[in-house]
Design a protein around this ligand. Structure first.
Ligand code: SAH
Length: 506
């Protein structure tokens, strides 16, 4: 017999790739590094009608949510109070009963100290369907990113996950401290930073050696992960002195000493501990932001630019002997209006730079002309050498430089500029503004990204400025800010490389 409840009568009833409507998904978001989110988690976030999320989820975890999805912060602290568990549970059930796809997004794994079990029980009680998506739990991931295997042949053949939340000296504690002290393996404590001195004391009292290795990993797998090493005797003091705070995992056992040999993170993360403000339109920023995060940077995504497509009638493309693309957006916007790449079959195609050429390739077009320097003057030079041109189409933003169309016209070409989109400044919240201006670096990948951040934030003062190339640098200077670093290669990879080199040199 099936245990599935019948579909709620108010469900919208359409078939959906993520299952019937009116369902709760208890989803683990992993420990912090966005790369450690599961494919399923990403898929469900993208499809959700509602996402209820905690404080401790990877930055940008919600970036893939639908624009019309309802995002509810149920873990607010600092600004607001934490939403009580009962309200969260009630809200989950209510939203699912309204026929919505609900994602309950939690840090790490939803069933490891995540109260996911309670929420699942509430679903059962209310007759609401649910699904559980495990996540990479911080008790394994934080040690791993600190070079600590929680089990190791010859050192630990068992591992226990323990809450340190309870005061070990309270008589009513549910943790059996003597049994835990006798446990033959690694102990991973969650929520144990404030009680670390008492935890250590209890373990020593229970018979663990005072010089047993301990490591504490704060914000494990995040760009700003920190860790300290000590022993049961001194770890509380070491942690305090280093300013280690929650969230952190304390690993007790012989394996903790492997950190000294296996710590690998520093080498893999040349941007570790640095914050970088990226100001591009959402969809495009995510590529560069992901690269920066992989390198250890904390990325402040100031969504300063929005692309707004314009209503435009496409001319008959067959009549042009040259089509020039001066941005990735222009490629995307033109192809959004074309049936397929054959529309450009007869024309020579030029791209301003490698990023634009790559976008063309994604649409099945190999650009015929890509100048070495990604600026209009260089495109014009290359095209002049290969001319003359008869009819030229330049699909682009509403606002753009006239160097290229005018230069080609001077050579006798008939040039049609086709505005396909406009870029708009999005205003920043005061938090976003503070975060962007407080970042170590601001990285500009276009003149407009600099202009829009300036408009949104009122200044570019604060972060060191890294620019993708000469045109962007000129725009930054026009806003009264010097450029600290200009990329030698005018591509997203080039600008990231320039940033890494600057960090290394300083
Ligand atoms: N469900 C989560 C745990 C939630 S309890 C999981 O599976 O990871 C909250 C505790 O988890 C924090 O007090 C801290 O001990 C730990 N924690 C969560 N994220 C962490 C991280 N990135 N680094 C270190 N500890 C983390």
């Amino acid at each position: 017999m099936s245990t599935e409840p019948p579909s709620p009568s108010n469900a919208r009833g359409r078939s959906d790739p993520i299952g019937p409507r009116g369902k709760v998904h208890l989803v683990g978001a992993g420990p912090g590094d966005p790369g450690l989110m599961t494919v399923r988690a990403v898929e469900l976030i993208a499809a959700a009608d509602v996402v209820l999320f905690d404080k401790l989820i990877p930055e940008s975890a919600l970036a893939g949510a639908r624009a019309d999805a309802e995002l509810i912060d149920v873990g607010k602290i600092g600004g607001g109070k934490q939403v009580p568990q009962e309200s969260t549970t009630a809200l989950l059930v209510e939203k699912a009963q309204a026929g919505l796809q609900v994602v309950r997004l939690k840090g790490g794994d939803p069933f490891v100290f995540g109260r996911g079990g309670e929420e699942a029980l509430a679903c059962v009680a209310a007759g609401v369907r649910f699904e559980v998506v495990p996540g990479v739990t911080s008790g394994i991931a934080a040690p791993a990113y600190a070079g600590i295997p929680v089990t190791q042949r010859g050192i630990a053949s068992a591992v226990a996950f323990v809450t340190g939340h309870e005061d070990p000296e309270k008589p009513e504690t549910l943790v059996d401290w003597p049994a835990l002290a006798a446990f033959p393996g690694t102990l991973c404590f969650y929520m144990g930073i404030r009680t670390l001195d008492r935890i250590a004391a209890q373990l020593v009292q229970g018979g663990r050696p005072a010089d047993e290795p301990v490591a504490v990993v704060m914000r494990g797998t995040y760009g700003d992960q920190r860790s300290v090493r000590g022993t049961l005797a001194n770890i509380a003091a070491v942690t305090r002195e280093a300013g280690i705070r929650a969230p952190a995992i304390a690993v007790v056992g012989g394996v903790a000493a492997l950190h000294d040999e296996l710590g690998w993170l520093g080498a893999a993360r040349p941007l570790g501990g640095r914050s970088v403000a990226v100001t591009r339109a959402r969809a495009q920023a995510s590529g560069i932001a992901a690269t920066l995060r992989t390198l250890g940077a904390t990325v402040v995504e100031a969504p300063a630019i929005r692309i707004e497509p314009l209503a435009a009638d496409l001319p008959e493309l067959a009549g042009y002997d040259l089509v020039v693309f001066t941005s990735v957006n222009a490629v995307q916007q033109l192809f959004a209006r074309l049936r397929d790449a054959r529309a450009l079959a007869g024309a020579t195609v030029a791209a301003i730079g490698p990023g634009t050429a790559a976008e063309l390739r994604r649409h099945g077009i190999a650009a015929d002309v890509v100048p070495e320097r990604s600026i209009s003057e260089a495109v014009l030079e290359e095209l002049t050498a290969r001319g003359p041109w008869r009819r030229v189409l330049v699909p682009r933003a509403e606002e753009g430089r006239e160097v290229l169309p005018e230069g080609l016209r001077e050579q006798g070409a008939e040039v049609d500029v086709l505005p396909l989109y406009r870029t708009l400044a999005e205003s920043l919240s005061s938090d976003q503004r503070a975060a962007a201006l407080g970042a170590d670096y601001a990285l500009f990948t276009s003149a407009s990204s600099a202009r829009y951040l300036y408009e949104a934030a009122g200044t570019l003062a604060g972060p060191r400025v890294v620019s993708i190339g000469p045109a962007t640098s000129d725009a930054v200077r026009a806003l009264g800010r010097e450029v600290d670093v200009e990329a030698a290669e005018h591509t997203p990879d080039g600008v990231v490389a320039a940033l890494v080199a600057d960090v290394a040199a300083r």
